[in-house]
Design a protein around this ligand. Structure first.
Ligand SMILES: *Cc1c(COP(=O)(O)O)cnc(C)c1O
Length: 390
């Protein structure tokens, strides 16, 4: 089976993890803050909080921005469910903004329209979570301008996007957002097994997220309600969680950071090769903004309906049967039964619906060989796979 995504683990990675296993600290040792500094400095952000998943990072990011009961959070429907679930964890409500038909990211003009409508109804979102699908940045300058106009805060879900850049600044610089979140799940750009990180330039937000990561406990006398009883003293001043990353994970992450740029270059080469191999076909290749350097977590193509002899579903199933781990990123979140029960209607998201009917993710990861890639394209195009009617 050729999977759609896969980690790349070197001997250096293994040695770094073994070293921690032989050390005094398995968790909350020196590696976590070192990993935080490495990611923050790579992105050009001031601060970082490492946690045990991007899901946790999204949760503490929402809480740090004050999301709670009665608030609204908006995100893209074409994302992993975690981008929406984080709002529900906080007791807030979720809504979705339809996608742009070329980038598949949250559509800025739909966002602007929805905001105007929401303002008239007095139902503006507290937080908007744009998702950089496949690693290509959303139009953050435009989203930022809207956040100023309408007074919402912004969390970038950059789970796909570490290593990329937008308008010359690294994803995670938070130039146009309050907080940016990364995932280190094994299929993502770099991995810690499970893991995530939130980066920000705001010292108050980082303090709050770090506290929520560990039970809402503070050891800073300045944050305490009364003078410490003694040097053992700490205070739980709000309700937090155990979302800590271990030193074992952070050591792996630190080691992976050394090859981050290389990983993205390898992904780029694979994507360019797909672009060429699919050039003279009716298959829609990924659109690429000239001012965005994508980390290329995913290579998503569309099989435009009406041009296919074989249905989207048949192509998908035949490729799977041939051992090619194609995937579909993502089932629109509002289609999940849990969300359906909240009353979302597919007809309100026509672009996401069309996308869902046509999209297929082809395998892309460092280590995918040209032979494997040729096989993927052959199976996609002929004879069992894709054929045009004409
Ligand atoms: C993977 C992913 C997440 C969740 O990441 P975890 O680290 O697995 O919690 C959230 N959002 C997006 C867009 C993702 O792809």
């Amino acid at each position: 089976m050729i999977p759609y995504g896969k980690q790349s683990i070197s001997d250096e990675d293994i040695n770094a993890v073994v070293e921690v296993l032989r050390s005094d600290f398995l968790t909350q040792g020196p590696c976590v803050p070192e990993f935080e500094r490495a990611v923050a400095s790579y992105c050009g952000a001031n601060y970082a909080v490492a946690v045990n998943s991007a899901t946790s990072a999204l949760h503490v990011a929402c809480l740090a921005l004050g999301v709670g009961a009665g608030d609204l959070v908006w995100t893209s429907p074409i994302t992993f469910v975690a981008s929406a679930n984080c709002a529900l964890y906080c007791g807030a409500e979720v809504d979705f903004v339809d996608i742009d038909p070329s980038t598949y990211n949250m559509c800025v003009s739909s966002l602007a329209e929805k905001l105007e409508h929401a303002q008239n109804n007095g139902r503006l979102p507290k937080v908007v979570i744009p998702v950089h699908l496949s690693g290509q940045s959303c139009e953050m300058a435009e989203i930022h301008a809207l956040s100023v106009k309408y007074g919402f805060r912004t969390i970038e879900d950059a789970s796909h996007a570490i290593g990329g850049s937008y308008q010359g600044a690294k994803i995670g610089s938070c130039r146009f957002s309050d907080i940016t979140v990364f995932s280190f799940h094994p299929v993502k750009i770099i991995t810690t097994g499970e893991g995530g990180m939130a980066v920000t330039n705001d010292p108050e937000l980082v303090k709050r997220m770090a506290r929520l990561r560990s039970h809402g406990i503070t050891r800073y006398p300045s944050e305490m309600t009364r003078p410490p009883d003694g040097s053992w003293y700490y205070e739980q001043i709000e309700l937090g969680f155990n979302y800590r990353m271990t030193d074992i994970q952070a050591a792996l992450g630190l080691s992976q950071m050394q090859r981050l740029d290389q990983f993205v270059i390898q992904r780029k080469a694979i994507a360019q090769r797909y672009d060429e191999l699919l050039r003279d076909t009716a298959i829609v290749r990924p659109f690429q903004y000239p001012n965005v350097y994508s980390a290329l977590h995913l290579y998503i193509v569309r099989l435009p309906s009406g041009v296919l002899k074989t249905s989207h579903r048949e192509v998908f199933e035949r490729m799977r049967a041939d051992g090619i781990g194609v995937n579909l990123h993502y089932i629109p979140v509002y289609r999940q039964p849990y969300y359906e029960r909240m009353g979302f209607k597919p007809e309100n998201f026509p672009q996401a619906e069309r996308y869902y009917a046509e999209a297929i993710t082809l395998p892309i990861y460092p280590g995918l060989t040209s032979e494997q890639q040729d096989l993927v394209v052959r199976r996609l195009l002929t004879p069992s796979g894709y054929q045009t009617i004409f």
